[in-house]
Design a protein around this ligand. Sequence first.
Ligand code: SF4
Length: 73
Amino acid sequence: MAEWRVTVDRSRCMGSGICTAMAGTYFLMDGERSRPAAEGVPPGEAVLDAADSCPAGAITVTAADGEVVGPRD
Ligand code: SF4
């Protein structure tokens, strides 16, 4: 399956560290804010769960066809 793309809007991130705690494979703290460890990620629940849990709504996960798959409603 094609990779998903994950982004962190660093202007929205409030540095809670939830994403790095939940999915440290995919997110790193860079100073006081998170950033993706890599732009492309294998499709999976962990990155979606992190996007769902971000209190700032800063994480967006996009499928290869451009569809936004996370956060989920
Ligand atoms: S969960 Fe959201 S607010 Fe918290 S560090 Fe990650 S991107 Fe930033």
